[in-house]
Design a protein around this ligand. Structure first.
Ligand code: AHG
Ligand code: MN
Ligand code: MN
Length: 331
């Protein structure tokens, strides 16, 4: 369990609010703005959780009939989650700008005096919405580099993953969980619907150093680079288990807890990979590293990539350190 300098470690069962408050007390110069931002994100998660839970009842399943900036078919809940999240962050006042998978350009909150920016995938795994399979929200927080009081710019978002102040995800699964890091380990909170609160359920998530689960879209197998095919063949011979939900956040979470590797290699129709660096790969890489795991694009650690575009894509190999290292040996 994570210990704090001022007090005894917080017990499992403490509320997220109290946990955030106590963490803040351990940083003498903390102003409380990041704490408030984390609470705003948790609130957005609760709202999205509510929308998802009643999805089958209120005609919000299915496609909207539009494409997002990636040219991908938007689901109604993608758009709803995006609107809800942006609204919660605008109202919270701690964020000066947002980027989202669902919007091509930077979204300004009109809070130019706020010192944080957020990159988010409001709903990850949205092709699984209609079939009641786990989906999630991924977020990444940076301290802005442009002067407070001015308009945020691209530079605020293109700092590189090592500059993240916090990152996390909300997993709408068999239970709803918030998992996040501020660079001092990874903590997990489980949502109690009846009380409307997140409670600390994993004080310190340490991912197994090795594992026997591999997660990739097997339908793309013949399109994978030769070394990746070789790695997968070896994994099969070693008796590894294949597990693929098709929601990155859910596949990542399972592997984080049980030990495994998630792979999304480059393929001809996605030559630089499918997943987005700023709001899918970098936040999960931050969490993976904080839990003792690794994340790479095959050449560099994901957190060392210098981004050049808001919606940049990258190949991703993420999970148990020994499995990622074994894969890197095939390069
Ligand atoms: P999103 O729903 O945010 O567009 O993300 C979908 C991503 C990711 O969640 C998942 O792991 C991957 O796409 C699945 O891709 P394939 O269908 O190509 O396997
Ligand atoms: Mn996604
Ligand atoms: Mn998405």
């Amino acid at each position: 369990m994570q210990s704090t300098s001022s007090t005894i470690a917080l017990p499992v069962g403490v509320t997220l609010d109290r946990y955030i408050m106590r963490q803040q007390r351990d940083f003498p110069f903390a102003t409380g703005e990041l704490s408030q931002l984390l609470r705003d994100i948790a609130l957005a998660g609760k709202i999205i959780n509510r929308e998802i839970n009643k999805a089958g009842l209120i005609d919000v399943t299915g496609a909207l009939g539009s494409n997002n900036v990636q040219g991908e078919c938007q689901q109604k809940l993608d758009v709803i989650a995006n609107i809800r999240f942006i609204r919660a962050l605008k109202n919270g006042g701690e964020v000066c700008a947002i980027i989202s998978e669902e919007d091509e350009e930077i979204i300004y909150t009109d809070n130019d005096h706020a010192k944080y920016v957020v990159a988010m995938d409001p709903l990850d795994g949205s092709s699984n919405i209609d079939v009641n399979v786990s989906i999630g929200t991924i977020f990444s927080i940076y301290r802005r580099v442009t002067p407070i009081g001015t308009r945020a710019t691209l530079d605020d978002f293109l700092q590189g993953g090592r500059k993240q102040v916090a990152a996390g995800y909300i997993l709408y699964g068999s239970s709803t969980m918030l998992v996040y890091t501020t660079g001092h380990g990874v903590s997990g909170f489980t949502y109690d619907h009846s009380l409307g609160e997140f409670f600390l359920s994993q004080a310190q998530i340490n991912s197994p150093a090795d594992g026997s689960i591999y997660s990739c879209n097997d339908g793309n197998y013949n399109e994978y680079p030769e070394n990746i095919r070789h790695y997968l063949e070896t994994s099969r011979r070693q008796g590894y288990t294949g597990r693929y939900i098709g929601s990155l956040v859910a596949d990542f979470h399972r592997n984080l807890i049980k030990g495994g590797i998630y792979l999304y290699p480059p393929i001809p129709k996605a030559p630089t990979g499918k997943l987005r660096l700023l709001y899918e790969c970098a936040p999960l890489a931050f969490i993976a590293e904080q839990a003792g795991g690794r994340a790479t694009d095959g050449f560099r650690d994901i957190l060392d990539i210098e981004p050049s575009e808001l919606h940049q894509r990258t190949p991703l190999y993420i999970g148990a350190t020994k499995m990622v290292e074994a894969l890197l040996e095939t390069v």
